[in-house]
Design a protein around this ligand. Structure first.
Ligand code: F0G
Length: 474
């Protein structure tokens, strides 16, 4: 029997028209935007795969919840609903809402890092590392080496290399480490998950040294799903239980609700550490708002709370990751280099194939454009070319995103030079994914004619957001 199609576990109630433009129009717009897809206006974009952050379609249940917003300055009932949702689903006792993830990172970094301390992370995320560095901390990459190789098919490329942690403790001593910052579905590694087994061993290591784990839980549900699909012993276990087991290894987390939680804005700090909670409540008031709203409207907190229950629905998360796999599969079939593991086929009766990264397909720009050297920004170049070809917007995740080393001032040269095609949750259909794939295929066929870029404006921090480029004319 043929493998049966699994459709989205929802139907569409409201639609938003898309705008199509001409190639000539898009050439002008990308020039005006300095060849940086962050600087395009969204109305000039046809299919927007810039990010999965804040771009989810909310459910009717979430919209209904927004009408129940209790817009009180203090003690909004929606705060208590959110607190309960986090306690029930993530398992942490205390919660401080923030307007989004980086605000939670800011507060956590300021309160938990002494200047000169190290923060080991499984690779980095841009804002997380920025806040660590602003607090005087030093980022230390403890992800396994396989994560830096886009072609390596390791099923858990988000894993931590414990030998790297040992080395840090031997060289610098335990007190030089503020905490371990562990991210599920590591964004910059191509949305790659860690395994529960690895987490278990990392937590045992951390416990021996008395070092807390603070998760960046932004895409934890997607990681839980990969554990369900790929890790022995977890098949058939609900993602809700896997998520709880995962979070039980941490002292707490920072969270960008704009991803897993299926909302357009929001975030939080959650923790079991009462002293940290007390200090975070004091600090959130200075930067975000009172500790029972943290920069959010009551209605926003209600939408986050309802999204938290929806995200752990097994059918939803399977369909979400399957859509990523659909796009990845189309590109792979055409021979386009993308970040692996390859989604080999699961047994016929399994719910899903083995998917790629959880939230996005990452095109390997180094192999796509081997004639463009890394200091001519191959991923930036490819993202701009994709927009011109079809109005599809992706994001550079390579040397521009990596920024400069704060001590030497040189470019940090990452091994991964990627264009991220990030898929918003519950927003596009697989036909949209086919349009994206066809545009990538067209570019791949004509790749030899694509020329690199030079940077003509560079902001000092998080440069990828606002840097401007011009084509190199030979
Ligand atoms: N951590 C991770 C892993 C993220 O991917 C992001 C945001 C943040 C923290 C910060 O959260 O945006 O709510 O302040 N990632 C977005 C992206 C911007 O496109 O990947 P935020």
């Amino acid at each position: 029997m043929h493998k049966r199609t699994i459709a989205e576990p929802y139907k569409i109630k409201v639609v938003e028209p898309l705008r199509m433009t001409t190639r000539h129009y898009r050439e002008e717009k990308i020039r005006e935007a300095g060849h940086n897809t962050f600087l395009l206006r969204s109305e000039d974009v046809y299919i927007d795969l810039l990010t999965d952050s804040g771009t989810s379609a909310m459910s009717d249940n979430q919209w209904a919840g927004m009408m129940l917003g209790d817009e009180a300055y203090a003690g909004s009932r929606n705060f208590y609903t959110l607190e309960r949702a986090v306690q029930e689903i993530y398992g942490f006792r205390y919660i401080v809402p923030t307007h989004q993830g980086r605000a939670a990172e800011h507060i956590t970094s300021q309160l938990r890092i002494e200047p000169g301390q190290y923060v080991p992370m499984n690779m980095y995320f841009t804002t997380t590392r920025e806040h660590v560095e602003r607090a005087g901390g030093i980022f230390y990459d403890c992800i396994i080496d396989e994560a830096h190789d886009p072609a390596n098919p390791h099923p858990f490329k988000g894993n931590v290399d414990i030998a790297k942690l040992d080395r840090l403790v031997q060289e610098k001593g335990r007190d030089a480490i503020a905490y371990l910052s562990i991210a599920p579905c590591v964004n910059m590694a191509g949305g790659q998950p860690f395994s529960m087994d690895n987490l278990h061993r990392v937590a045992a290591w951390a416990g021996r040294h008395g070092i807390p784990i603070i998760f960046d839980a932004t895409r934890a549900v997607e990681n839980a799903y990969f554990i369900q699909q790929r890790e022995p012993g977890y098949a058939g276990k609900p993602v809700r239980e896997i998520l709880q087991e995962m979070m039980s290894y941490g002292e707490g987390c920072t969270m960008s609700s704009k991803k897993d939680n299926l909302v357009n804005i929001g975030g939080f700090i959650a923790t079991n550490n009462e002293e940290f909670f007390t200090r975070a409540k004091e600090m959130v008031v200075v930067f975000e708002g009172l500790h029972t709203y943290g920069g959010l409207a009551g209605r926003d907190m209600e939408a986050v709370a309802r999204g938290i229950y929806e995200m752990v629905d097994d059918a939803y998360i399977a369909s979400r990751v399957r859509q990523v796999e659909h796009l990845g599969g189309r590109l792979r079939e055409a021979g386009i280099p993308i970040v692996e593991p390859i989604g080999g086929h699961a047994p016929e009766d399994a719910l899903v194939d083995r998917p790629d990264g959880g939230h996005a397909v990452f095109v390997d720009a180094k192999r796509f454009l081997p004639h463009v050297p890394q200091d001519e920004f191959p991923a930036q170049t490819l993202a701009a070319a994709l927009y011109v070809d079809s109005g599809v917007r992706g994001m550079e995740r390579g040397i521009v995103s990596a920024g400069r080393d704060p001590t030497t001032g040189n470019h940090r040269v990452p091994k991964l030079e990627l264009v991220r095609l990030t898929i918003p949750r519950r927003v596009y259909t697989n036909l949209h994914m086919d349009v994206v794939a066809e545009s990538c295929i067209t570019l791949y066929e004509g790749r030899k004619a694509i020329r690199g870029l030079k940077m003509v404006y560079e902001p000092p921090e998080l440069r990828f957001f606002q840097a401007r480029f011009e084509p190199i004319i030979p």
